[in-house]
Design a protein around this ligand. Structure first.
Ligand code: SF4
Length: 529
């Protein structure tokens, strides 16, 4: 099901630039963005076919093989090239073989985790000893013989980019197995036009193009998407001012997208029948902010505009990310979070707002070292309380966070991990998912060593168990409270419930073995059933 099919479109489109990615990227995840996380793991407790159907189902395509919805980053590249007059389209992976064999000049590929080295794929891989689905899916995509045949016979150029482009160099073998022509690192909205011009005129291109943060496109240079993004995701801001050392986003300059641009993109999605709006930013509550202090006026203007369309189209709503310090500050200064919730929720179509948040650690000592501004404007010494207060605000306003924390950060001690476990305990009463991640060297810490399987200790297992127990309990609750409530979601809901029960049982058995001293106190064999 993930392996790209060789499908022939009903009608042929003249395409010079085929923009695409594998099925794990080119899916709308049943209309529920969060289900896309399933593709970061291998099939667990379910037959592979069922897992693939849960993680990344196919979407409908038009007569030309263009998908109904596509990843936002690919839509931006498509828009930039179309605006510059190129024949460039996002094409579904099942129709790639057809187009690259028919005279396309280049294949442009984007991904957020090409080879499964990013979090949380690498973590599932480490824990289960099995390749994550997204990695296999991408390898199947890029290995399609038609791509390499077209390169050999007609000089098809292959350009790869997106936030995970570093993985091509991190895995030495990748560029040997799939000798792509160009790697583009950084925001490509502008530079891609120059790349396309050089491809059409047959000019040489460097193997790697880096767009440094200071050359990132200005707001007026960012093109507007012309066709729907996955689940109606639209960007409201780029960059983040908090400067966490493990994060690469922080290098980008901060830019707020004007309301009229956001509105235009929302309408592209809604008019095409996409039934949701996801506001995307590293911290939506910092839209129009004064530094790291959320401001009521821009946030209310943004959400009033959104609420107008939510009402009109009976659409669902979510934020991509917010920071916990911004949640607390916004509520304590003008009840901004409550005001937004009352604007966008209606207890019928939109019963709650889903959002990703980063806890990262419960240890003040470690927080001070790796994310000194994470709690700002509150002192970092108050970080655990900031987290709990923000969870409290979200629970009061029907906002359900999917929170991540990181194990194996450089310099981590046993006490740091116990501080995180303690914090997870304090979060017990709040409806939320808590997802552990293992440290992957990125951002200012990119030269540090990543966390490895042999570094796992008992206290890591305890942290994993605390997270699994918390998440399993609240996931059942969320499923029972209207997540996936459409009649066609029944089977999916049942499969997810079975999966949750399986993970709970398995986690308990692993924990009992470890704590029972079965594996001793050193490295722990987590992959054993
Ligand atoms: S708050 Fe989030 S996006 Fe911002 S720097 Fe920290 S981890 Fe990155």
């Amino acid at each position: 099901m993930v392996i790209p099919q060789r499908r022939r479109p009903r009608e042929e489109l003249a395409v010079d630039f085929v923009i695409s990615s594998d099925r794990c990227m080119m899916s709308n995840y049943h209309g529920r963005e969060f289900l896309g996380f399933a593709s970061t793991g291998p099939p667990i407790g379910l037959p592979e076919k069922a897992w693939r159907w849960i993680a990344c189902p196919r979407m409908r395509v038009d007569d030309y093989g263009r998908p109904w919805q596509a990843p936002y980053g690919l839509r931006k590249i498509e828009a930039a090239l179309q605006e510059a007059g190129f024949r460039a389209y996002v094409i579904d992976p099942d129709y790639i073989a057809y187009y690259v064999s028919r005279g396309a000049k280049a294949l442009l590929v984007g991904h957020h985790d090409y080879f499964g080295f990013g979090p949380p794929s690498s973590e599932w891989w480490m824990l289960t000893g099995r390749e994550p689905l997204n990695r296999r899916s991408f390898i199947e995509f890029i290995s399609m013989p038609e791509i390499w045949e077209a390169k050999k016979r007609r000089g098809l150029r292959i350009v790869v980019g997106g936030p995970a482009v570093w993985q091509w160099e991190a895995w030495g073998e990748a560029l040997e197995r799939w000798p792509v022509d160009v790697l583009v690192e950084g925001e490509a909205d502008r530079v891609i036009v120059e790349v396309a011009e050089r491809i059409l005129s047959g000019d040489e291109l460097p193997r790697k193009i880096v767009v440094p943060p200071q050359e990132s496109p200005r707001v007026e240079e960012i093109p507007l998407i012309r066709a729907p993004s996955v689940n109606g995701l639209v960007e409201v801001m780029r960059g983040c001012p908090r400067g966490c050392r493990f994060c690469s986003v922080t290098m980008k300059p901060l830019r707020f997208i004007p309301l009229n641009m956001i509105e235009e993109e929302i309408l592209v999605n809604l008019k095409a029948g996409v039934g949701s709006i996801i506001l995307h930013s590293e911290d939506v509550l910092l839209y129009g902010a004064d530094g790291i202090r959320p401001r009521r006026e821009p946030l209310e203007r943004l959400h009033s505009m959104v609420a107008h369309y939510l009402e009109g189209y009976r659409a669902g709503f979510a934020w991509s990310h917010v920071s916990l310090a911004a949640v607390k500050y916004a509520e304590e200064h003008g009840r901004i979070v409550s005001r937004i919730a009352s604007l966008v929720l209606d207890y019928d179509v939109r019963k709650f707002i889903g959002v990703e948040v980063g806890i990262e650690t419960g240890s003040v000592r470690l927080a001070r070292r790796i994310m000194a501004a994470k709690a700002a404007p509150y002192p970092i010494e108050e970080w655990p309380d900031v987290v709990v207060d923000a969870f409290n605000v979200m629970a009061d306003n029907n906002i359900i966070p999917a929170a991540t924390f990181i194990l194996g950060l450089p310099g981590e001690t046993e006490d740091d991990v116990y501080a995180t476990i303690e914090l997870i305990e304090r979060l017990k009463p709040y409806p939320s998912l808590i997802v552990p991640m293992f440290f992957v060297p990125l951002g200012a810490l990119k030269d540090q060593e990543g966390f490895r399987r042999e570094y796992i200790r008992e206290y890591h297992v305890e942290a994993l168990r605390a997270a699994v127990e918390h998440t399993a309990r609240w996931a059942q609750y969320i499923l029972d409270r209207g997540y996936l409530d459409k009649p066609h979601h029944r089977l999916l809901k049942l499969a997810l419930k079975m999966f949750i029960r399986y993970v709970e049982k398995k986690a308990r058995r692993v924990y009992e073995r470890v704590i029972g001293g079965y594996y001793g106190s050193k490295a722990v064999a987590l992959a054993s059933p």
